[in-house]
Ligand binder design. Structure first.
Ligand SMILES: *Cc1c(COP(=O)(O)O)cnc(C)c1O
Length: 348
């Protein structure tokens, strides 16, 4: 018996439907980086596809190719990290939409497309303040002019303009949004016709309509992971899709030993700071070792019972984001750390 991550794909579908309804008419791109935030890429993208999601945000080319393999030629797959000309060429070959925030990569993309006689779809990235691989505003006019020339040559098709925002303060995000609007305007003046403008991730997309543009990139909320320090799940209308479960291994002097620990990705700093869900209700997690943890005991505790370290509130007292907050991090961090060795168990 071993730790398991129970993933409820029906809940994923419900979260997606709710967020889509909230952001409509903007399109939802489902972000599936980090093995779909630890939930398992294949099962997540297949279910999302059958729910009608057509855009996937895959981060890197390798993940993008994996999504292509799962979903076939009709899926739109956006990747935004291509570190080398070879990766760009692999992305072009797989028919991925490439996020380009660098003049040299734009040339690589055009060259790769020309070499294989295809047109590559690109989304140009403006740096709106986060300073993460975007083109700076002072370089943007030359960059968009060059993109327009390459588009005329036929190697690239500029489908989108995009950026990423901090979602830390409304004031900062508003500055970023104005910089984004300026960048779109500049691109249009260069002769480009970007039909997919995208700026927001979960928090801004759901909270603020003016951030939605044509598409929003949604990861966390689809998985039911609320933002640390932000609105609760019920206010957002989503529910955690996963519960981390562990079997009771033995009942000993120091407490109830359960089969999940730091080796499974549970941060040992959580010891003494969280409660797990047991058959008798919430119990403190006293210690977290490599392969097991020790819980405050309950009457009738016995080997073979199951506890939930985190999950939706009817499964566990705490969610992944609650655990994150207990050690000053975010729920996504808790979710993506769950080791690949922890078996993913899916329900429909
Ligand atoms: C991870 C990521 C997202 C999704 O963010 P969530 O807050 O999980 O919705 C969107 N865009 C980019 C560029 C990202 O890296």
């Amino acid at each position: 018996m071993t730790a398991e991550l129970h993933v409820d794909l029906g809940t994923l579908a419900g979260n997606i439907a709710h967020v889509r309804a909230t952001v409509a008419p903007a399109e939802l791109m489902l972000v599936v980086k980090d093995d779909a935030y630890g939930h398992g890429l294949a099962a997540v993208v297949r279910r999302a596809w059958s729910e009608g999601v057509r855009w996937f945000g895959a981060f890197d080319v390798r993940t993008g190719c994996a999504v292509r393999e799962e979903l076939g030629p009709d899926a739109r797959i956006f990747v935004w990290i291509a570190a080398s000309a070879a990766e760009v060429a692999a992305g072009v070959a797989a028919g991925l939409d490439l996020g380009i925030g660098d003049a040299a990569l734009l040339e690589d993309a055009a060259a790769a497309a020309a070499a294989s006689d295809v047109r590559v779809r690109v989304h140009l990235k403006i740096d709106t303040g986060l300073h993460r691989n975007g083109v700076r505003p002072d370089e943007w006019p030359a960059f968009t002019a060059r993109a327009a020339a390459l588009e005329t040559d036929g190697a690239i098709e500029v489908i989108g303009v995009w950026s990423h925002i901090a979602e830390a303060s409304d004031a900062e995000d508003d500055l970023a949004r104005h910089a984004f609007d300026d960048a779109v305007e500049t691109a249009r003046r260069a002769g480009l016709r970007p039909v997919v403008r995208h700026l927001a991730a979960s928090a801004a997309a759901v909270a603020r309509s003016e951030y939605r543009y044509d598409m929003v990139r949604i990861g966390a909320f689809a998985y039911g992971i609320r933002s640390a320090g932000g609105p609760g799940e019920s206010e957002l209308g989503v529910r955690p899709i996963a519960a981390l479960r562990a079997p009771v291994l033995s009942v000993e002097e120091d407490g109830v030993h359960v089969g999940v620990g730091a080796l499974h990705g549970l941060p040992s700093m959580l010891a003494g700071r969280i409660q797990a869900g047991t058959p008798a209700g919430p119990r403190a997690v006293r210690a977290i070792a490599g392969a097991e943890s020790v819980l405050e005991p309950w009457t009738d505790a016995a080997a073979g019972q199951s506890v939930a370290i985190y999950g939706a509130n009817d499964q566990a007292p705490l969610t992944a984001t609650d655990l994150g907050e207990a050690i000053d991090t975010i729920g996504e961090e808790i979710a993506v750390r769950v080791s690949p060795e922890v078996l993913r168990v899916y329900s429909a």
